[in-house]
Design a protein around this ligand. Structure first.
Ligand code: CO
Length: 429
């Protein structure tokens, strides 16, 4: 099997193993541990050694891993960041709502998804619950994946809404509440009971929850040659996979390599664990303190460092080629996408683009460019939010995909492997 196909296969299995952002961080922690990284706790004192590899998580939903070069000195930080959250629906407190013969779940949207794509497909719920540890009395979290076809958001039949194909306006509180059960059967399990069962606790032990819907379909290959992939959450787990894999696989030479996976990008990053938090600056400062170098030295490492912000990019759409910029046209399987925006939504400029292009050349991977059409505002990402806290020279990249924020998204089979190769080059400098 070709390396790129094997890599795409691994990506799809990784996404499948991560039904929620908490599962992403748990899975990454496991992989970093297996690769010999030592876990640090923010609440404890750190003792670090040159040549060591470490990671730390915040809120079970963001992670920063770093590696120190051998030899007692570094030239700077080489950082990269991506996000682990994706648009979904969060299950509210007291979610079950009975009406006539039906029980629906009361949910609210998380992030900006394409609503219609979430309808008429099997959904389940995953996330975490908080319980009191019987021994210590401390509040601890437990991962939850109900892991069964659990609910569905049914469309209204076209006979009842003849205008359905003329464009539909959705009211999230009305049109997007999933059907969970049919009333009638005595002794039916409640969502809370199913959640407790999946978490291995008793229903009455659950004191808090962060539960989200997820799409049950597994990622797959598509096309006559299997040249495409179709999977939930390519944005941004494709980048998360590539960044963290490249990071784990490469011992640093001259730089302290840092890989950050942030939560809450899809809702603006403004949480205590998102890109707009102190997480990254806290970790970098603590690296300096634990190595007993001055705060000025840490700032020198930032100034001589670099940050790659990685979040997926829009490929030219087959049915709407006119939506793409006339001269910057990324395609699936065309390689790394460098993203530009004069309003600084993307951090890339001439100097930092040159750095990425030079890395791509060394890694022998193709590089394309993305700019919004001048009459389309476009989205935002985490790079410029993070560099407002830690002001690295930075570039925004992504992998080309179609249907961003659909329940299932389409990508190219080769691009994940290109990103892994780029990250290996970057992290071994
Ligand atoms: Co994204």
């Amino acid at each position: 099997m070709k390396e790129s196909v094997r890599c795409a296969e691994e990506l799809l299995r990784f996404i499948e193993a991560c039904p929620s952002r908490y599962h992403v961080i748990a899975k990454l922690s496991e992989r970093y541990r297996e690769a010999g990284f030592q876990e640090l706790k923010e609440r404890e004192t750190w003792s670090l050694e040159w040549g060591g590899s470490y990671f730390v998580t915040r809120n079970d939903s963001s992670l920063i891993a770093f590696r120190l070069p051998e030899g007692g000195e570094a030239r700077g930080f080489h950082a990269a960041a991506a996000h682990c959250d994706s648009p979904t629906f969060q299950i509210k407190e007291n979610p079950e709502k009975s009406s006539e013969q039906y029980v629906t779940l009361n949910v609210e949207k998380y992030g900006g998804m394409i609503y219609s794509t979430w309808m008429d497909r099997p959904l389940s719920a995953a996330g975490r619950v908080a319980v009191e540890d019987p021994d210590t009395g401390e509040i601890v979290s437990r991962l939850v994946d109900i892991d069964r076809d659990l609910c569905v958001i049914p469309n209204l039949a076209i006979h009842m809404n003849p205008a359905a194909n003329k464009g539909m306006e959705y009211n999230p509180q009305v049109d997007l509440q999933p059907l969970f059960a049919i009333v009638g059967k005595k002794g039916r399990k409640t969502l809370r009971e199913l959640t407790a069962e999946a978490a291995g606790v008793l229903p009455e032990e659950i004191l808090g929850q962060d539960l989200f819907l997820y799409v049950r379909e597994k990622g797959r290959f598509l096309g006559p040659e299997g040249e495409m992939i179709l999977s939930p959450k390519l944005d941004d787990l494709q980048c998360v996979y590539a960044l963290t894999r490249g990071h784990r696989e490469c011992a640093p030479k001259d730089y302290i390599t840092v890989c950050a996976v942030f939560d809450n990008e899809e809702v603006g990053s403004g949480s205590s664990q998102g890109a707009d938090s102190t997480f990254l600056e806290d970790v970098l400062a603590r690296i300096g303190e634990a190595l007993q170098v001055s705060a000025s030295r840490v700032r020198e490492w930032t100034a001589s460092g670099f940050m790659i912000s990685a979040d997926n990019a829009h490929a030219v759409h087959p049915n709407h080629p006119e939506k793409a910029d006339p001269t910057n046209r990324p395609f699936l399987n065309g390689g790394i996408v460098l993203k530009f925006n004069s309003a600084q939504k993307y951090t890339t400029d001439g100097m930092t683009a040159a750095k990425i292009r030079s890395l791509c050349k060394k890694a022998k991977v193709p590089c394309q460019s993305y700019v919004n059409r001048s009459d389309i505002a476009g989205g935002s990402t985490l790079g410029n939010i993070s560099t407002a806290h830690v002001s690295f020279p930075s570039a925004d990249i992504g992998l080309p995909q179609l249907a961003m924020h659909s329940a299932v998204e389409t990508g190219g089979v080769k691009d994940t492997w290109y990103a892994v190769k780029l990250m290996r080059e970057y992290f071994s400098e």
